[in-house]
Design a protein around this ligand. Structure first.
Ligand code: Q9C
Ligand code: ZN
Length: 578
């Protein structure tokens, strides 16, 4: 018998539907985004008796007309038909044309159910029938662009639901929506869909790694703040590295998200709740604990009268995601106060990122313009060992595609970068020489000694007239380049340094000799991409051999902020030596 209705009891919706398990890899290949993810979550909740305390709902397919508010007719048609018989022979090929996508016979239905489910629970929460809800859905949604499936995502579930509330249910009084995307990856699709819309404040905290982490475009930069009427309504907090955990996220909550949410005063909060920043996730490399997630969620419950919808996005360690969702469900049910504590302090880089974000957005959100107390900044952080990963794949540290990849560990990034950052480019002599003024020429960068025993041999020619000649070593450079922009499908500006073929490449790299500046859409990226360089498509041996030079390029780019002219100048400097 059901317990008597307690008027104070939180009404929490819980949606799960086995039909979403039918989306799977076509031939049973192992894949992180697999049906067991949602099964594991559901089983955990059941074993803890959570469904009994919630309003359990089953999935409903979204209608095309609602999906069409964010996706093109062409994309809807593709997802609608991809599982039908007539696509049997083409399905694999079509999937391969997208970035990180598979399709099978269950994909269409699952996509419609995932989108429809997030809509369904959002409507119920908006109406007040539920206080809050968790939609345990797949496939995930936040990477899906209006005309493109991407990153395991077919329809953008959260974006569809947000648009539905704003455009189709005005009577529910939802005029301002806060989307909090705490998946470890940047929610590029959602960002783009609301980029000039002030009715949706999109907030994403994600690993960025200076543009090397998936989806590895400039879109995740903190400079992407929205456009037109949406300016100020897009907030990215881009981690410089993995290892972020409870303390880092709570710091971002306290010093960025909550002050903004306070003044934005949303009518409802939709969480793109990926759990791939959880401890032990195989893709994320971060370490949020279930307690961390519960704190993050609890802090959001103070807004929008507690109207919160969580929609599952990524998260690939079955135990971690199940434990994390369980912790969140308990918070929404509000039956007991939270227990737990935060073990570590935020990383040093976390304070740097927080300050960058606050600085970027302070004209829009006055609460961010207050300087953070110096004592917080100087003492409240932990140093860390940073892995700087140079790889042919965009996501390298934990998910390695087997391509060229070298991980360089150093106890302190600054120690490596500092001496190199003192390298000067001789403005008037560009293309001729690089002045080394602070590094003793007999001292190679500390890090290289272990990883690259040849570092000494790779040192530039001896100092000539206070200038070090780089030419002889660089002339060995076969193919390597830095590119600004995505290294996946639509390369942005390529700074290609002497082309040619490398193993596995049929053609010289596209973009070789392309000195033109980036066009239209990618040009905004140039402003944002302050510190990014991709070094890619190198055979492993080459990476080793050219570590020193990779460092040099990285440092130069890390140092510079006006990338376009600097980059072209750098290009000039380097090509002239080859
Ligand atoms: N080297 C979500 O978490 N990885 N998507 C591709 C290519 C794709 C993650 C790696 C990761 C997608 C929803
Ligand atoms: Zn993710």
């Amino acid at each position: 018998m059901a317990a008597p209705e307690d008027p104070h009891r939180r009404r929490v919706g819980l949606l799960y539907d086995e039909r979403m398990c039918r989306h799977a890899t076509p031939d049973g290949e192992i894949h992180p985004e697999n049906p067991d993810r949602i099964r594991a979550i559901w089983q955990k909740l059941e074993s803890e008796g959570i469904p009994l305390r919630c309003v359990v709902l089953s999935a409903k397919e979204a209608e095309d007309k609602y999906i069409a508010s964010v996706h093109t007719a062409r994309h809807i048609k593709l997802i609608k038909n991809i599982s039908s018989k007539k696509f049997n022979s083409q399905r694999l090929r079509i999937a391969s044309e997208f970035n990180s996508i598979y399709f099978n016979k269950g994909s269409s239905e699952a996509s419609y159910l995932a989108a429809g489910s997030v809509m369904e629970v959002s409507e119920k929460v908006a109406k007040g029938d539920l206080d809050s809800a968790i939609a345990i859905v797949r496939p995930p949604g936040h990477h899906a662009e209006s005309d493109e499936a991407m990153g395991f995502c077919l329809f953008n579930n959260v974006a569809i639901a947000a648009n539905f509330l704003l455009n189709e249910r005005p009577e529910l009084g939802i005029r301002k929506i806060l989307i909090v995307d705490w998946d470890v990856h940047h929610g590029n699709g959602t960002q783009n869909m609301f980029y000039n819309d002030p009715r949706v404040l999109f907030f994403s905290v994600h690993r960025f790694d200076f543009g090397m982490f998936y989806p590895a475009s400039g879109d995740g930069s903190y400079c992407m703040i929205g456009e037109g009427p949406g300016a100020g309504y897009n907030i990215n907090v881009p981690w410089e590295q993995g290892q972020c955990g409870d303390a880092d996220y709570v710091a971002v909550w306290d010093h960025v998200l909550l002050p903004v949410a306070e003044s934005y005063d949303p009518d409802i909060i939709l969480i793109s709740a990926g759990f791939d920043a959880a401890v032990d996730d195989p893709l994320g490399g971060c370490c949020i604990t279930p307690y961390g997630y519960s704190l993050m969620l609890k802090k959001l419950m103070g807004f929008a009268q507690g109207k919160i919808v969580m929609a599952l996005e990524g998260g690939y360690n079955l135990k971690s995601i199940a434990d994390s969702v369980l912790a969140c469900a308990k918070v929404l049910l509000e039956e007991k106060p939270l227990v737990g504590s935060i073990k570590a302090q935020p990383l040093e880089s976390t304070w740097r990122v927080i300050q960058e974000v606050r600085h970027e957005l302070k004209t829009f959100w006055p609460a961010l313009s207050v300087e953070l107390p110096q004592k917080v900044l100087v003492s409240n952080w932990r140093p860390c060992s940073v892995e700087l990963n140079l790889s042919s794949s965009s996501e390298s540290i934990v998910e390695n595609d087997g391509g060229a990849s070298v991980t360089i560990c150093a106890t302190n990034f600054v120690e490596i970068i500092e001496p190199l950052s003192k390298l000067n480019i001789d403005e008037d002599n560009h293309g001729k020489a690089i002045t080394l003024d602070h590094i003793a020429t007999d001292k190679s960068p500390v890090v290289l000694s272990e990883e690259c025993p040849n570092a000494q041999a790779l040192m530039p020619d001896k100092n000539v007239d206070g200038c070090t000649r780089w030419r002889s070593v660089l002339s060995k450079t076969e193919v390597w380049y830095g590119s600004y922009g995505s290294n996946m499908w639509k390369p942005g500006f390529l700074c290609y340094i002497k082309g040619g073929k490398v193993e596995g490449m049929n053609e010289p790299c596209p973009g070789s000799q392309d000195k033109s500046s980036p066009k239209d859409s990618s040009s905004s990226m140039m402003y944002c991409f302050k510190r990014i360089v991709y070094i890619k498509r190198m055979v492993k041996a080459k990476v080793q051999e050219h570590l020193y030079w990779i460092y040099l390029i990285l440092v130069l780019l890390l140092k510079t902020s006006h990338c376009l002219w600097r980059l072209s100048r750098l290009d000039g400097i380097l090509t002239s030596f080859i």
